[in-house]
Design a binder for this molecule. Structure first.
Ligand SMILES: [Zn+2]
Length: 616
Protein backbone atom coordinates (compact mmCIF):
# COMPACT_ATOMS: atom_id res chain seq x y z
CA UNK A 1 0.00 0.00 0.00
CA UNK A 2 2.72 2.43 1.00
CA UNK A 3 4.76 1.11 -1.88
CA UNK A 4 1.95 1.90 -4.27
CA UNK A 5 1.80 5.43 -2.93
CA UNK A 6 5.38 6.08 -3.97
CA UNK A 7 4.87 4.38 -7.30
CA UNK A 8 1.69 6.29 -8.07
CA UNK A 9 3.42 9.58 -7.38
CA UNK A 10 6.43 8.64 -9.47
CA UNK A 11 4.16 7.70 -12.34
CA UNK A 12 1.96 10.78 -12.13
CA UNK A 13 4.78 13.34 -12.08
CA UNK A 14 6.69 14.21 -15.24
CA UNK A 15 10.17 15.26 -14.25
CA UNK A 16 10.67 17.57 -17.24
CA UNK A 17 7.49 19.43 -16.42
CA UNK A 18 8.36 19.53 -12.71
CA UNK A 19 11.90 20.82 -13.10
CA UNK A 20 10.88 23.03 -16.04
CA UNK A 21 8.52 24.88 -13.73
CA UNK A 22 11.46 26.20 -11.69
CA UNK A 23 14.47 26.05 -14.04
CA UNK A 24 15.01 27.38 -17.54
CA UNK A 25 15.32 24.10 -19.44
CA UNK A 26 16.75 23.98 -22.93
CA UNK A 27 16.56 21.06 -25.30
CA UNK A 28 19.79 19.09 -25.72
CA UNK A 29 19.24 16.17 -28.06
CA UNK A 30 16.60 13.92 -26.51
CA UNK A 31 17.27 15.54 -23.16
CA UNK A 32 17.10 18.92 -21.49
CA UNK A 33 19.72 21.00 -19.74
CA UNK A 34 19.88 24.00 -17.46
CA UNK A 35 22.20 25.84 -15.13
CA UNK A 36 22.62 23.63 -12.10
CA UNK A 37 20.59 24.73 -9.08
CA UNK A 38 23.01 22.90 -6.80
CA UNK A 39 26.30 24.50 -7.76
CA UNK A 40 27.56 27.75 -9.27
CA UNK A 41 28.19 27.60 -13.00
CA UNK A 42 28.13 29.66 -16.18
CA UNK A 43 27.49 26.97 -18.77
CA UNK A 44 24.75 24.40 -18.18
CA UNK A 45 25.83 20.95 -17.06
CA UNK A 46 22.60 20.01 -15.31
CA UNK A 47 20.70 17.50 -17.45
CA UNK A 48 17.17 16.13 -17.25
CA UNK A 49 16.52 12.75 -18.87
CA UNK A 50 12.86 12.16 -19.75
CA UNK A 51 13.51 8.54 -20.61
CA UNK A 52 14.67 7.55 -17.15
CA UNK A 53 12.74 10.35 -15.41
CA UNK A 54 15.93 11.43 -13.73
CA UNK A 55 18.36 14.33 -13.53
CA UNK A 56 22.14 14.48 -13.39
CA UNK A 57 24.68 17.26 -13.10
CA UNK A 58 27.97 16.58 -14.86
CA UNK A 59 29.51 19.35 -12.82
CA UNK A 60 28.70 18.48 -9.22
CA UNK A 61 27.22 15.01 -9.58
CA UNK A 62 23.81 15.89 -8.17
CA UNK A 63 21.33 13.30 -9.41
CA UNK A 64 18.07 11.59 -8.66
CA UNK A 65 14.40 11.39 -9.53
CA UNK A 66 11.50 13.83 -9.15
CA UNK A 67 11.10 13.20 -5.43
CA UNK A 68 14.83 13.70 -4.84
CA UNK A 69 14.68 16.98 -6.75
CA UNK A 70 11.94 18.32 -4.48
CA UNK A 71 13.73 17.08 -1.37
CA UNK A 72 16.92 18.86 -2.37
CA UNK A 73 15.49 22.10 -3.70
CA UNK A 74 12.92 22.56 -0.96
CA UNK A 75 14.85 21.00 1.91
CA UNK A 76 12.18 18.45 2.66
CA UNK A 77 12.26 14.93 4.05
CA UNK A 78 11.17 11.98 1.94
CA UNK A 79 7.67 11.83 3.39
CA UNK A 80 7.06 15.58 3.03
CA UNK A 81 8.39 15.64 -0.53
CA UNK A 82 6.13 12.73 -1.36
CA UNK A 83 3.13 14.58 0.07
CA UNK A 84 4.06 17.77 -1.79
CA UNK A 85 4.21 15.92 -5.11
CA UNK A 86 1.06 13.93 -4.40
CA UNK A 87 -0.74 17.21 -3.86
CA UNK A 88 0.69 18.58 -7.08
CA UNK A 89 -0.52 15.52 -8.99
CA UNK A 90 -3.89 15.44 -7.23
CA UNK A 91 -3.24 12.08 -5.62
CA UNK A 92 -4.54 11.13 -2.19
CA UNK A 93 -2.00 9.05 -0.34
CA UNK A 94 -3.48 5.88 1.06
CA UNK A 95 -1.00 5.16 3.75
CA UNK A 96 -0.68 6.81 7.07
CA UNK A 97 1.27 5.84 10.10
CA UNK A 98 -1.96 5.50 12.05
CA UNK A 99 -3.31 2.87 9.71
CA UNK A 100 -0.20 0.70 9.87
CA UNK A 101 -0.10 0.94 13.62
CA UNK A 102 -3.70 -0.21 13.86
CA UNK A 103 -3.01 -3.11 11.54
CA UNK A 104 -0.04 -4.06 13.66
CA UNK A 105 -2.01 -3.76 16.87
CA UNK A 106 -4.68 -6.03 15.45
CA UNK A 107 -2.16 -8.74 14.62
CA UNK A 108 -0.56 -8.43 18.03
CA UNK A 109 -3.98 -8.92 19.57
CA UNK A 110 -4.57 -12.11 17.58
CA UNK A 111 -1.14 -13.43 18.58
CA UNK A 112 -2.04 -12.73 22.19
CA UNK A 113 -5.34 -14.60 21.89
CA UNK A 114 -3.57 -17.57 20.32
CA UNK A 115 -1.02 -17.54 23.11
CA UNK A 116 -3.75 -17.52 25.77
CA UNK A 117 -5.63 -20.29 23.98
CA UNK A 118 -2.50 -22.45 23.71
CA UNK A 119 -1.75 -22.01 27.40
CA UNK A 120 -5.30 -23.02 28.23
CA UNK A 121 -5.19 -26.09 25.94
CA UNK A 122 -1.93 -27.17 27.61
CA UNK A 123 -3.41 -26.64 31.04
CA UNK A 124 -6.40 -28.82 30.17
CA UNK A 125 -4.09 -31.52 28.79
CA UNK A 126 -1.71 -31.81 31.71
CA UNK A 127 -3.54 -30.54 34.76
CA UNK A 128 -7.18 -31.57 34.49
CA UNK A 129 -9.17 -34.77 34.45
CA UNK A 130 -10.57 -33.76 31.04
CA UNK A 131 -7.08 -34.21 29.63
CA UNK A 132 -6.92 -37.89 30.49
CA UNK A 133 -7.96 -39.30 27.06
CA UNK A 134 -5.43 -37.05 25.34
CA UNK A 135 -2.64 -38.02 27.72
CA UNK A 136 -3.48 -41.65 27.02
CA UNK A 137 -3.42 -40.98 23.28
CA UNK A 138 0.02 -39.35 23.43
CA UNK A 139 1.33 -42.20 25.53
CA UNK A 140 -0.04 -44.70 23.03
CA UNK A 141 1.69 -42.81 20.24
CA UNK A 142 4.90 -42.79 22.27
CA UNK A 143 5.23 -39.03 22.57
CA UNK A 144 7.11 -38.30 25.79
CA UNK A 145 6.16 -35.43 28.01
CA UNK A 146 9.28 -33.33 27.40
CA UNK A 147 8.73 -33.47 23.64
CA UNK A 148 5.01 -32.77 23.97
CA UNK A 149 5.80 -29.70 26.04
CA UNK A 150 8.44 -28.50 23.61
CA UNK A 151 5.83 -28.61 20.86
CA UNK A 152 3.30 -26.96 23.17
CA UNK A 153 0.70 -29.70 22.74
CA UNK A 154 -2.66 -29.34 24.41
CA UNK A 155 -6.17 -30.65 24.51
CA UNK A 156 -9.52 -29.10 23.62
CA UNK A 157 -12.14 -30.81 25.80
CA UNK A 158 -15.40 -32.14 24.45
CA UNK A 159 -17.42 -29.09 25.47
CA UNK A 160 -19.23 -26.66 23.17
CA UNK A 161 -17.86 -23.38 24.46
CA UNK A 162 -15.24 -23.91 27.16
CA UNK A 163 -12.51 -21.90 25.43
CA UNK A 164 -15.03 -19.25 24.39
CA UNK A 165 -16.04 -18.77 28.01
CA UNK A 166 -12.43 -18.71 29.22
CA UNK A 167 -11.24 -16.11 26.72
CA UNK A 168 -14.38 -13.98 27.03
CA UNK A 169 -13.72 -13.73 30.75
CA UNK A 170 -10.30 -12.40 29.82
CA UNK A 171 -11.80 -9.61 27.78
CA UNK A 172 -11.86 -11.10 24.28
CA UNK A 173 -14.79 -10.14 22.09
CA UNK A 174 -16.75 -12.67 20.07
CA UNK A 175 -15.67 -11.02 16.82
CA UNK A 176 -12.00 -11.26 17.74
CA UNK A 177 -12.32 -14.93 18.60
CA UNK A 178 -14.05 -15.68 15.30
CA UNK A 179 -11.33 -13.76 13.46
CA UNK A 180 -8.63 -15.68 15.28
CA UNK A 181 -10.30 -18.87 14.07
CA UNK A 182 -10.76 -20.16 17.61
CA UNK A 183 -14.53 -19.86 17.63
CA UNK A 184 -17.07 -20.58 14.91
CA UNK A 185 -20.24 -18.58 14.42
CA UNK A 186 -23.04 -20.91 13.41
CA UNK A 187 -25.80 -20.05 10.96
CA UNK A 188 -28.21 -19.35 13.81
CA UNK A 189 -25.70 -16.86 15.23
CA UNK A 190 -24.65 -18.98 18.18
CA UNK A 191 -20.96 -19.38 18.97
CA UNK A 192 -19.09 -22.63 19.45
CA UNK A 193 -15.44 -23.61 19.97
CA UNK A 194 -13.80 -24.68 16.71
CA UNK A 195 -11.72 -27.39 18.38
CA UNK A 196 -13.61 -29.89 20.52
CA UNK A 197 -12.36 -33.23 21.78
CA UNK A 198 -9.14 -32.79 19.87
CA UNK A 199 -5.46 -33.02 20.68
CA UNK A 200 -4.06 -29.60 19.85
CA UNK A 201 -0.88 -28.88 17.89
CA UNK A 202 0.02 -25.19 17.96
CA UNK A 203 1.50 -24.05 14.64
CA UNK A 204 4.24 -21.50 15.21
CA UNK A 205 6.27 -19.19 13.03
CA UNK A 206 10.06 -19.04 13.01
CA UNK A 207 10.04 -16.76 16.02
CA UNK A 208 7.85 -19.20 17.90
CA UNK A 209 4.72 -17.05 17.78
CA UNK A 210 1.51 -19.04 17.40
CA UNK A 211 -0.12 -18.57 14.01
CA UNK A 212 -2.86 -21.14 14.32
CA UNK A 213 -3.68 -24.65 15.49
CA UNK A 214 -4.12 -28.15 14.24
CA UNK A 215 -6.42 -30.53 16.09
CA UNK A 216 -6.59 -34.30 15.90
CA UNK A 217 -9.94 -35.80 16.71
CA UNK A 218 -10.03 -38.37 19.50
CA UNK A 219 -13.51 -39.54 18.60
CA UNK A 220 -14.97 -40.68 15.31
CA UNK A 221 -15.63 -37.13 14.24
CA UNK A 222 -14.43 -36.24 10.76
CA UNK A 223 -12.18 -34.77 9.67
CA UNK A 224 -9.53 -36.54 11.65
CA UNK A 225 -7.33 -33.46 11.42
CA UNK A 226 -8.76 -29.97 11.59
CA UNK A 227 -6.71 -26.82 11.09
CA UNK A 228 -7.32 -23.19 11.86
CA UNK A 229 -9.00 -21.44 8.94
CA UNK A 230 -7.15 -18.79 6.97
CA UNK A 231 -6.75 -15.83 9.33
CA UNK A 232 -4.73 -12.62 9.24
CA UNK A 233 -1.98 -14.67 10.91
CA UNK A 234 -2.42 -18.14 9.49
CA UNK A 235 -1.87 -19.11 5.88
CA UNK A 236 -1.41 -22.83 5.59
CA UNK A 237 0.46 -22.67 2.30
CA UNK A 238 3.31 -20.64 3.77
CA UNK A 239 3.77 -22.44 7.06
CA UNK A 240 6.19 -25.22 7.88
CA UNK A 241 5.34 -27.02 11.09
CA UNK A 242 8.22 -27.24 13.61
CA UNK A 243 10.38 -24.78 11.69
CA UNK A 244 10.93 -22.79 14.88
CA UNK A 245 12.48 -25.87 16.49
CA UNK A 246 14.24 -27.10 13.37
CA UNK A 247 15.72 -23.93 11.91
CA UNK A 248 18.97 -23.94 13.83
CA UNK A 249 19.62 -27.56 13.05
CA UNK A 250 18.72 -27.12 9.36
CA UNK A 251 21.13 -24.21 9.11
CA UNK A 252 23.88 -26.14 10.84
CA UNK A 253 23.44 -29.23 8.66
CA UNK A 254 22.41 -27.30 5.53
CA UNK A 255 19.89 -30.08 5.12
CA UNK A 256 16.19 -30.41 5.89
CA UNK A 257 13.89 -33.41 6.17
CA UNK A 258 10.32 -32.75 5.10
CA UNK A 259 7.59 -35.00 6.46
CA UNK A 260 3.86 -34.68 6.09
CA UNK A 261 2.13 -34.81 9.45
CA UNK A 262 2.38 -33.37 12.95
CA UNK A 263 3.28 -36.66 14.55
CA UNK A 264 5.90 -37.47 11.92
CA UNK A 265 7.67 -34.25 12.80
CA UNK A 266 7.26 -34.66 16.56
CA UNK A 267 8.56 -38.21 16.53
CA UNK A 268 11.51 -37.25 14.34
CA UNK A 269 12.47 -34.53 16.80
CA UNK A 270 12.00 -36.80 19.79
CA UNK A 271 14.45 -39.25 18.26
CA UNK A 272 17.01 -36.60 17.46
CA UNK A 273 16.27 -35.76 13.82
CA UNK A 274 15.91 -32.14 14.73
CA UNK A 275 16.19 -30.80 11.17
CA UNK A 276 12.68 -32.08 10.40
CA UNK A 277 9.69 -29.98 9.41
CA UNK A 278 6.18 -30.96 8.32
CA UNK A 279 4.46 -29.64 5.22
CA UNK A 280 0.98 -30.17 6.75
CA UNK A 281 -0.38 -31.18 3.41
CA UNK A 282 0.01 -33.68 0.68
CA UNK A 283 2.24 -31.41 -1.36
CA UNK A 284 4.96 -28.96 -0.61
CA UNK A 285 3.89 -25.50 -1.66
CA UNK A 286 5.99 -23.03 -3.52
CA UNK A 287 6.28 -20.73 -0.54
CA UNK A 288 7.31 -23.57 1.73
CA UNK A 289 9.98 -24.55 -0.77
CA UNK A 290 11.36 -21.04 -0.89
CA UNK A 291 11.37 -20.82 2.88
CA UNK A 292 13.49 -23.95 3.09
CA UNK A 293 15.78 -23.06 0.27
CA UNK A 294 17.13 -20.16 2.27
CA UNK A 295 18.29 -22.48 5.01
CA UNK A 296 19.30 -25.70 3.31
CA UNK A 297 21.36 -26.97 0.39
CA UNK A 298 19.69 -30.34 0.55
CA UNK A 299 16.03 -31.12 0.98
CA UNK A 300 14.99 -34.67 1.76
CA UNK A 301 11.36 -35.49 1.18
CA UNK A 302 10.18 -38.27 3.47
CA UNK A 303 6.56 -38.64 2.55
CA UNK A 304 4.25 -41.62 2.77
CA UNK A 305 5.06 -44.51 0.54
CA UNK A 306 1.57 -45.63 -0.38
CA UNK A 307 0.12 -44.77 -3.75
CA UNK A 308 -1.46 -41.53 -2.60
CA UNK A 309 1.74 -40.59 -0.87
CA UNK A 310 3.68 -41.32 -4.01
CA UNK A 311 1.47 -39.05 -6.02
CA UNK A 312 1.76 -36.43 -3.31
CA UNK A 313 5.51 -36.70 -3.41
CA UNK A 314 5.46 -36.17 -7.13
CA UNK A 315 3.26 -33.14 -6.79
CA UNK A 316 5.52 -31.85 -4.06
CA UNK A 317 8.58 -32.32 -6.18
CA UNK A 318 7.07 -30.61 -9.17
CA UNK A 319 6.05 -27.65 -7.08
CA UNK A 320 9.37 -27.42 -5.38
CA UNK A 321 11.25 -27.54 -8.64
CA UNK A 322 9.05 -24.81 -10.00
CA UNK A 323 9.59 -22.69 -6.93
CA UNK A 324 13.32 -23.06 -7.20
CA UNK A 325 13.57 -22.82 -10.94
CA UNK A 326 11.65 -19.58 -10.98
CA UNK A 327 14.07 -18.04 -8.57
CA UNK A 328 16.11 -15.27 -10.01
CA UNK A 329 19.61 -16.48 -9.79
CA UNK A 330 22.45 -14.05 -9.37
CA UNK A 331 24.45 -13.79 -12.55
CA UNK A 332 27.02 -11.49 -11.04
CA UNK A 333 30.18 -13.42 -11.80
CA UNK A 334 29.57 -15.94 -14.55
CA UNK A 335 32.54 -18.11 -13.66
CA UNK A 336 31.84 -18.49 -9.98
CA UNK A 337 28.09 -18.55 -10.21
CA UNK A 338 27.66 -20.62 -13.32
CA UNK A 339 26.68 -23.47 -11.06
CA UNK A 340 23.54 -21.61 -10.08
CA UNK A 341 22.67 -21.02 -13.68
CA UNK A 342 23.01 -24.64 -14.58
CA UNK A 343 21.40 -26.23 -11.60
CA UNK A 344 18.75 -25.31 -9.12
CA UNK A 345 21.37 -24.79 -6.46
CA UNK A 346 19.75 -27.26 -4.12
CA UNK A 347 19.91 -30.99 -3.91
CA UNK A 348 16.50 -32.59 -3.89
CA UNK A 349 16.12 -36.19 -2.91
CA UNK A 350 13.43 -38.56 -1.80
CA UNK A 351 13.66 -40.74 1.28
CA UNK A 352 11.89 -43.85 0.07
CA UNK A 353 9.94 -45.47 2.87
CA UNK A 354 8.86 -49.11 2.89
CA UNK A 355 5.32 -49.69 1.66
CA UNK A 356 2.75 -48.92 4.36
CA UNK A 357 5.05 -46.94 6.64
CA UNK A 358 5.05 -43.28 7.43
CA UNK A 359 8.07 -41.69 9.12
CA UNK A 360 6.39 -41.84 12.53
CA UNK A 361 5.90 -45.63 12.30
CA UNK A 362 9.25 -46.33 10.78
CA UNK A 363 11.32 -44.31 13.25
CA UNK A 364 9.64 -46.09 16.16
CA UNK A 365 9.41 -49.61 14.78
CA UNK A 366 12.51 -50.01 12.69
CA UNK A 367 15.03 -47.32 13.31
CA UNK A 368 17.85 -49.00 11.31
CA UNK A 369 15.63 -49.05 8.24
CA UNK A 370 14.81 -45.39 8.69
CA UNK A 371 18.48 -44.61 9.06
CA UNK A 372 19.24 -46.60 5.94
CA UNK A 373 16.55 -44.84 3.93
CA UNK A 374 17.84 -41.51 5.18
CA UNK A 375 21.41 -42.40 4.28
CA UNK A 376 20.48 -43.37 0.73
CA UNK A 377 17.95 -40.88 -0.52
CA UNK A 378 17.06 -41.31 -4.16
CA UNK A 379 18.05 -38.36 -6.32
CA UNK A 380 15.08 -36.46 -7.52
CA UNK A 381 15.43 -37.30 -11.18
CA UNK A 382 15.78 -41.01 -10.58
CA UNK A 383 12.79 -41.04 -8.30
CA UNK A 384 10.76 -39.07 -10.77
CA UNK A 385 11.69 -41.36 -13.64
CA UNK A 386 10.91 -44.45 -11.56
CA UNK A 387 7.52 -43.08 -10.66
CA UNK A 388 6.66 -41.98 -14.17
CA UNK A 389 7.98 -44.94 -16.07
CA UNK A 390 6.98 -47.67 -13.64
CA UNK A 391 8.78 -50.97 -13.46
CA UNK A 392 7.31 -52.54 -16.59
CA UNK A 393 8.43 -51.53 -20.06
CA UNK A 394 5.57 -49.97 -22.02
CA UNK A 395 3.49 -52.47 -23.95
CA UNK A 396 2.89 -50.29 -26.97
CA UNK A 397 5.04 -47.75 -28.86
CA UNK A 398 2.28 -45.16 -28.42
CA UNK A 399 2.51 -45.61 -24.67
CA UNK A 400 6.27 -45.20 -24.84
CA UNK A 401 5.86 -42.00 -26.80
CA UNK A 402 3.38 -40.64 -24.26
CA UNK A 403 5.76 -41.42 -21.40
CA UNK A 404 8.61 -39.81 -23.26
CA UNK A 405 6.56 -36.64 -23.65
CA UNK A 406 6.15 -36.54 -19.89
CA UNK A 407 9.78 -37.02 -18.96
CA UNK A 408 11.26 -34.79 -21.67
CA UNK A 409 10.74 -31.48 -19.80
CA UNK A 410 12.45 -32.96 -16.78
CA UNK A 411 15.47 -34.08 -18.78
CA UNK A 412 15.77 -30.70 -20.41
CA UNK A 413 15.73 -29.02 -17.04
CA UNK A 414 18.90 -30.83 -16.03
CA UNK A 415 20.98 -28.38 -18.00
CA UNK A 416 24.22 -30.24 -17.52
CA UNK A 417 24.91 -32.02 -20.84
CA UNK A 418 26.65 -34.95 -19.18
CA UNK A 419 23.62 -35.59 -17.01
CA UNK A 420 21.26 -35.11 -19.93
CA UNK A 421 23.22 -37.66 -21.91
CA UNK A 422 23.27 -40.14 -19.05
CA UNK A 423 19.56 -39.93 -18.41
CA UNK A 424 18.72 -39.93 -22.10
CA UNK A 425 20.36 -43.30 -22.39
CA UNK A 426 18.66 -44.59 -19.26
CA UNK A 427 15.25 -43.47 -20.49
CA UNK A 428 15.79 -44.95 -23.94
CA UNK A 429 16.77 -48.22 -22.35
CA UNK A 430 13.75 -48.35 -20.09
CA UNK A 431 11.30 -47.39 -22.80
CA UNK A 432 12.86 -49.81 -25.25
CA UNK A 433 13.36 -46.97 -27.69
CA UNK A 434 16.42 -46.18 -29.78
CA UNK A 435 18.52 -43.47 -28.14
CA UNK A 436 18.31 -41.49 -31.35
CA UNK A 437 14.52 -41.24 -31.01
CA UNK A 438 14.78 -39.86 -27.49
CA UNK A 439 17.42 -37.35 -28.56
CA UNK A 440 15.33 -36.18 -31.49
CA UNK A 441 12.33 -35.59 -29.27
CA UNK A 442 14.43 -33.66 -26.78
CA UNK A 443 15.81 -31.52 -29.58
CA UNK A 444 12.31 -30.73 -30.81
CA UNK A 445 11.33 -29.77 -27.27
CA UNK A 446 14.25 -27.42 -27.00
CA UNK A 447 13.09 -25.53 -30.06
CA UNK A 448 9.55 -25.21 -28.75
CA UNK A 449 8.83 -22.05 -26.84
CA UNK A 450 8.74 -23.07 -23.21
CA UNK A 451 5.47 -22.36 -21.53
CA UNK A 452 6.28 -21.03 -18.11
CA UNK A 453 5.21 -23.56 -15.55
CA UNK A 454 4.90 -20.77 -13.04
CA UNK A 455 1.74 -19.40 -14.60
CA UNK A 456 -0.22 -22.29 -13.16
CA UNK A 457 1.36 -21.75 -9.85
CA UNK A 458 0.12 -18.50 -8.43
CA UNK A 459 3.21 -16.61 -9.45
CA UNK A 460 2.71 -13.65 -11.69
CA UNK A 461 3.98 -14.55 -15.13
CA UNK A 462 4.40 -10.96 -16.21
CA UNK A 463 6.56 -9.96 -13.29
CA UNK A 464 8.99 -7.27 -14.35
CA UNK A 465 12.63 -8.19 -13.91
CA UNK A 466 14.43 -6.16 -11.29
CA UNK A 467 16.49 -3.23 -12.52
CA UNK A 468 20.20 -3.19 -11.82
CA UNK A 469 19.54 -0.66 -9.10
CA UNK A 470 16.92 -2.87 -7.50
CA UNK A 471 19.19 -5.89 -7.70
CA UNK A 472 21.93 -4.04 -5.87
CA UNK A 473 19.58 -2.86 -3.13
CA UNK A 474 18.07 -6.31 -2.77
CA UNK A 475 21.56 -7.73 -2.29
CA UNK A 476 22.37 -5.10 0.33
CA UNK A 477 19.21 -6.07 2.20
CA UNK A 478 19.87 -9.76 1.85
CA UNK A 479 23.49 -9.69 3.01
CA UNK A 480 23.77 -7.02 5.70
CA UNK A 481 27.18 -8.24 6.85
CA UNK A 482 28.76 -8.21 3.43
CA UNK A 483 26.93 -4.96 2.68
CA UNK A 484 28.67 -2.98 5.41
CA UNK A 485 31.75 -2.03 3.38
CA UNK A 486 29.72 -1.28 0.27
CA UNK A 487 27.45 1.09 2.15
CA UNK A 488 30.54 3.18 2.82
CA UNK A 489 31.69 3.40 -0.76
CA UNK A 490 28.29 3.46 -2.47
CA UNK A 491 27.83 6.84 -4.09
CA UNK A 492 24.30 8.14 -4.08
CA UNK A 493 24.88 9.52 -7.59
CA UNK A 494 24.41 6.09 -9.06
CA UNK A 495 21.04 5.58 -7.39
CA UNK A 496 18.24 7.31 -9.24
CA UNK A 497 15.26 5.98 -7.32
CA UNK A 498 14.73 7.98 -4.16
CA UNK A 499 13.51 4.90 -2.31
CA UNK A 500 16.88 3.24 -2.81
CA UNK A 501 18.65 6.25 -1.37
CA UNK A 502 16.38 6.18 1.63
CA UNK A 503 17.05 2.48 2.13
CA UNK A 504 20.82 2.96 1.85
CA UNK A 505 20.69 5.85 4.26
CA UNK A 506 18.66 3.85 6.77
CA UNK A 507 21.09 0.94 6.48
CA UNK A 508 24.05 3.27 6.93
CA UNK A 509 22.65 4.91 10.00
CA UNK A 510 21.98 1.51 11.49
CA UNK A 511 18.50 2.48 12.62
CA UNK A 512 16.92 -0.52 10.96
CA UNK A 513 17.31 -4.09 12.10
CA UNK A 514 16.76 -7.15 9.98
CA UNK A 515 12.99 -6.94 10.05
CA UNK A 516 12.02 -3.83 11.92
CA UNK A 517 12.28 -0.13 11.92
CA UNK A 518 11.67 0.77 8.27
CA UNK A 519 9.79 4.00 7.72
CA UNK A 520 6.30 3.00 6.70
CA UNK A 521 6.69 4.43 3.19
CA UNK A 522 9.39 1.83 2.67
CA UNK A 523 8.22 -1.28 4.52
CA UNK A 524 6.19 -2.68 1.65
CA UNK A 525 8.85 -1.90 -0.89
CA UNK A 526 11.58 -3.47 1.23
CA UNK A 527 9.41 -6.54 1.67
CA UNK A 528 8.86 -6.63 -2.09
CA UNK A 529 12.59 -6.53 -2.82
CA UNK A 530 13.33 -9.16 -0.19
CA UNK A 531 10.61 -11.40 -1.55
CA UNK A 532 11.94 -11.13 -5.09
CA UNK A 533 15.34 -12.48 -4.07
CA UNK A 534 14.16 -14.72 -1.25
CA UNK A 535 14.45 -17.88 -3.28
CA UNK A 536 17.95 -17.25 -4.50
CA UNK A 537 20.50 -19.60 -3.07
CA UNK A 538 22.15 -18.21 0.02
CA UNK A 539 25.66 -17.14 -0.90
CA UNK A 540 28.60 -17.65 1.43
CA UNK A 541 30.23 -14.38 2.51
CA UNK A 542 32.99 -14.15 -0.12
CA UNK A 543 30.52 -14.81 -2.94
CA UNK A 544 28.04 -12.36 -1.47
CA UNK A 545 30.75 -9.69 -1.45
CA UNK A 546 31.64 -10.58 -5.02
CA UNK A 547 28.00 -10.38 -6.09
CA UNK A 548 27.68 -6.98 -4.43
CA UNK A 549 30.88 -5.71 -6.01
CA UNK A 550 29.69 -6.87 -9.42
CA UNK A 551 26.23 -5.37 -9.00
CA UNK A 552 27.74 -2.06 -7.96
CA UNK A 553 30.12 -2.02 -10.90
CA UNK A 554 27.32 -2.98 -13.29
CA UNK A 555 25.23 -0.13 -11.96
CA UNK A 556 28.03 2.42 -12.34
CA UNK A 557 28.71 1.13 -15.83
CA UNK A 558 25.06 1.59 -16.74
CA UNK A 559 24.95 5.12 -15.37
CA UNK A 560 28.19 6.05 -17.08
CA UNK A 561 27.13 4.64 -20.44
CA UNK A 562 23.73 6.37 -20.37
CA UNK A 563 25.34 9.71 -19.65
CA UNK A 564 28.13 9.28 -22.14
CA UNK A 565 25.66 8.26 -24.84
CA UNK A 566 23.61 11.41 -24.35
CA UNK A 567 26.74 13.58 -24.56
CA UNK A 568 28.04 11.81 -27.64
CA UNK A 569 24.76 12.38 -29.44
CA UNK A 570 25.09 16.05 -28.58
CA UNK A 571 28.62 16.07 -29.96
CA UNK A 572 27.36 14.57 -33.20
CA UNK A 573 24.62 17.17 -33.56
CA UNK A 574 27.06 19.99 -32.77
CA UNK A 575 29.51 18.71 -35.38
CA UNK A 576 26.80 18.51 -38.03
CA UNK A 577 25.51 22.00 -37.36
CA UNK A 578 28.99 23.42 -36.82
CA UNK A 579 28.01 24.78 -33.40
CA UNK A 580 31.49 25.15 -31.91
CA UNK A 581 30.31 26.43 -28.53
CA UNK A 582 27.96 23.47 -28.06
CA UNK A 583 30.70 21.11 -29.17
CA UNK A 584 33.16 22.56 -26.69
CA UNK A 585 30.73 22.36 -23.79
CA UNK A 586 29.76 18.77 -24.61
CA UNK A 587 33.42 17.74 -24.76
CA UNK A 588 34.01 19.44 -21.43
CA UNK A 589 31.20 17.44 -19.91
CA UNK A 590 32.69 14.23 -21.28
CA UNK A 591 35.92 15.21 -19.54
CA UNK A 592 33.96 15.76 -16.32
CA UNK A 593 32.35 12.35 -16.74
CA UNK A 594 35.78 10.73 -16.94
CA UNK A 595 36.70 12.30 -13.62
CA UNK A 596 33.65 10.77 -12.01
CA UNK A 597 34.04 7.32 -13.47
CA UNK A 598 37.80 6.83 -13.61
CA UNK A 599 37.47 3.05 -13.50
CA UNK A 600 36.16 3.03 -17.07
CA UNK A 601 39.07 5.10 -18.34
CA UNK A 602 42.14 3.04 -17.58
CA UNK A 603 45.44 4.59 -18.55
CA UNK A 604 46.19 3.89 -22.13
CA UNK A 605 49.18 1.88 -23.08
CA UNK A 606 51.54 3.90 -25.27
CA UNK A 607 52.52 0.72 -27.09
CA UNK A 608 49.26 -0.96 -27.97
CA UNK A 609 46.12 0.24 -29.55
CA UNK A 610 43.56 0.34 -26.78
CA UNK A 611 40.37 -1.56 -27.46
CA UNK A 612 38.75 -0.76 -24.18
CA UNK A 613 36.89 2.35 -25.24
CA UNK A 614 33.39 2.40 -23.83
CA UNK A 615 30.64 1.45 -26.17
CA UNK A 616 28.62 4.19 -27.70
ZN1 LIG B 1 25.66 20.83 -10.35
Amino acid sequence: MAREDVERVREAIDIVELIGSTLDLRKAGKNYKALCPFHQEKTPSFYVFPETQSFYCFGCGASGDAITFVMRTEQLGFREALERLAERAGITLQSSRLHDDQEDEHRQRLFELNRLAAAWFAHVLWSTAFGEPARAYLERRGVDRATAERFGLGFAPDAPAALLRYLTQRGASADELVQAGLVVRRDDGSLVDRFRNRVIFPIRDRQGRILGFGGRSLGDVQPKYLNSPQTPLFDKSSVLYALDLAEESIRAQRSAIVVEGYLDAITAHQFGYSNTVASLGTALTERQGKLLRRLADRILLALDADAAGRQATLRGLELLRTALADAERPVADPRQLVRFERTLGVELAVVVLPEGFDPDDLIRQDRPRWEAALARPVPLVDYYLDALLGSQPPAHPREAAALLERVAPLLLELGDPVQVDLYTRAVAHRLHLPEETVRRLLASYRRRPVKSSSSTNGQQPGQRPLTTEQQLIALLLRYPDAAAIFLEELDQESLLDVRHREIVQALRSGVVGAETGWPDELTEYVAFLRERVAAQPDLPAPLARQALRDALRRLRRERHDERLRSLLSEVRVAEQTGDRAALRSALELIEALKQRFPEFYPERSPYFRDTRDPVT
